[in-house]
Design a protein around this ligand. Structure first.
Ligand SMILES: CC(C)(COP(=O)(O)OP(=O)(O)OC[C@H]1O[C@@H](n2cnc3c(N)ncnc32)[C@H](O)[C@@H]1OP(=O)(O)O)[C@@H](O)C(=O)NCCC(=O)NCCS
Length: 171
């Protein structure tokens, strides 16, 4: 038996146990992530999602530069606009703090927002990996604003590559 055969057998076994290969790393099945926990978005999260939206930095925005009204925001949340939409929580925190939110659009685009108090602690990366392991495999997309270096860096380290640039003219 060659090394390639052995590698193939090991990879098949990992797949059978729910592991998946993302960005060159084997990721444990969803319920094995020791940190990140997802809670499906519903009515009770409208205020937190508003708070996240308000705190979104300008360089992270592509399409929405103006804040909606609270009523528009609540209607948007209730309209179930995404394939899946989750609140990100940390299982190890006893204070029950909500860390951020992430979603998959019906066009396979991943969106993620970690509240600024919790950024640069690994939550964004873990949340995206968890989304992909729960809802993949498929061809994933991420729309990232050109000045959003953090997000570009995060997605590139997760194995994403730049596909195209979209230009726009406002009239
Ligand atoms: C982009 C964002 C989701 C990253 O989440 P995060 O939890 O802060 O990031 P993580 O701690 O998981 O780090 C993931 C990678 O992001 C990059 N990153 C995170 N913080 C960074 C910082 N302060 N400076 C530069 N790069 C940074 C790094 O590449 C990092 O990987 P590394 O730790 O291996 O170097 C988060 O900054 C955020 O919510 N920003 C505002 C909303 C947004 O831009 N969403 C993305 C829209 S597509």
């Amino acid at each position: 038996m060659t090394t390639d055969d052995r590698t193939k057998i090991a990879e098949d076994a990992l797949c059978r146990y729910g592991f998946c290969l993302i960005g060159g790393e084997w990721i444990a099945p969803d319920d094995m992530d020791p940190v990140v926990e997802f809670e499906p978005v519903d009515e009770q999260h409208i205020d937190f999602l508003w708070f996240l939206l308000e705190s979104r930095p300008k360089d992270a925005c592509i399409s929405h530069t103006k804040m909606p009204t609270m009523r528009e925001h609540a209607d948007f949340v209730r309209s179930k606009p995404y394939e899946v939409w989750y609140i990100i929580k940390d299982r190890s925190r006893s204070d029950g703090d909500l860390v951020g939110a992430c979603y998959i659009t019906r066009n396979n685009e991943i969106g993620v927002h970690v509240h600024h108090n919790f950024q640069a602690q690994g939550y964004g990366r873990r949340a995206v990996r968890k989304l992909m392991s729960m809802h993949g495999p498929r061809k994933w997309l991420a729309n990232i604003a050109p000045l959003n270096d953090r997000s570009q860096m995060m997605f590139s380290r997760l194995g994403f590559r730049k596909l195209q640039e979209v230009w726009v003219k406002d009239e």
